[in-house]
Design a protein around this ligand. Structure first.
Ligand SMILES: [Zn+2]
Ligand SMILES: [Zn+2]
Length: 339
């Protein structure tokens, strides 16, 4: 029989198939094909720097740039202007002040997450860190999120390896829920919710895929979608931007392992990767004292989600997901896919 499982961080229920799990082969989906001519027109390739708009940041590599950060061509949010809150009767609005940046992850065009090198991932996380630090200085922003879309079903139609960073004038509900869950757990127990989850996962050892000195990768207990993976730093740390260079190397290593194993098991799946760091701790008139324990109660993490099918009516109506692969089975497949 299936089982309903509750996620104590996201506070959602998922329906998990615990007996007849589907296999990785059941999820092969349409891939993004390379076209012969695309590198000649790609705005992210080396030599085409003038096609991208003013560079915001770049990391130097041994042979020119290693990463570049440029403005999104079709930004959902714009950096200019004052934040204005308005009300129209029952409806609230905020003008879309924010930032929407694109991180070009490498000068190489023809490489996908499954065969990224550790260098590419180190440079990517280093760039994320520097940009988040900078964007956090802007007190108009309430949430800053680096993320990656790879493949058509994950929302990307450009093959050149790239990620995005978005800075928002409001806190998304998914993030609010996580922050409240973490705060409540800390109030009740004086412990970090995420550290507690990691302790239990280590004891049970049925959903851990891989770990190194500083990080651990696992399939979450109440995974909403098949083959979801979360990566946590072992050291309690609320803030991704506090990650030092040694830890960035560990992060590059574990992400390479996770991407490589998903690639092997699911044949280069479309995927999303999201970095969840603590929000800028700016005091708001309505919430004085809100961030008093953020350093103790929140724990930054990464969520990687292969996009293997669309959202169905049941999901959109209930917010419950039906996951046909138990996270224990997904973890077994991914553990087995290591070298
Ligand atoms: Zn390119
Ligand atoms: Zn913690």
């Amino acid at each position: 029989m299936s089982e309903l499982r509750y996620d104590p961080v996201k506070q959602i229920w998922s329906v998990i198939a615990t007996d007849r799990s589907r296999k990785p082969d059941d999820f092969l989906v349409k891939r993004l094909e390379f076209r012969e001519d695309e590198m000649t027109v790609c705005p992210f390739c080396k030599g085409h720097e003038s096609k991208t708009g003013t560079e915001i940041y770049s990391l130097k590599g041994s042979n020119g740039w290693a990463t570049r950060v440029v403005p999104n061509r079709y930004p959902a949010f714009r950096i200019e202007g004052e934040l204005k809150r308005t009300g129209h009767g029952i409806y609230d609005a905020v003008n879309a002040v924010g930032a929407h940046e694109v991180v070009i992850e490498t000068p190489r065009h023809d490489i996908n997450p499954g065969n990224y090198t550790e260098d590419i991932l180190y440079n990517l996380f280093y760039t994320f860190r520097e940009r988040v630090k900078d964007l956090k200085k802007d007190t108009r922003f309430r949430y800053i999120m680096p993320f990656k879309n790879y493949g058509l079903l994950a929302g990307s139609n450009i093959n050149h390896p790239h990620s995005q960073i978005i800075a928002l004038p409001v806190t998304p509900n998914i993030v609010k829920t996580k922050l409240s869950a973490a705060l409540e757990h800390y109030h009740n127990k004086e412990r970090c919710l995420f550290c507690d989850i990691l302790d239990q996962e280590r004891n049970e050892n049925t959903r851990i895929i891989y770990e190194n000195q500083d990080f651990i990768a696992l399939c979450p207990y109440a995974s909403a979608l098949p083959f979801e993976v979360s990566i946590y730093p072992k050291r309690h740390n609320h803030c991704f931007e506090n990650t030092d260079e040694g830890e960035l190397s560990g992060l590059a290593d574990i992400t390479k392992e996770v991407f490589g194993r998903l690639y092997k098991c699911l044949e280069n799946p479309p995927l999303n990767m999201v970095v969840h760091t603590s929000p800028p701790a700016v005091k708001r008139p309505s919430q004085s004292g809100h961030w008093a324990s953020i350093k103790e109660d929140f724990h930054w993490h990464i969520e990687i989600t292969p996009r293997l099918s669309g959202v169905a009516g049941f999901e959109s109506g209930t917010g419950f997901y039906i996951n046909p692969v138990a996270p224990e089975s997904a973890a077994d497949y991914l553990k087995g896919a290591g070298n």
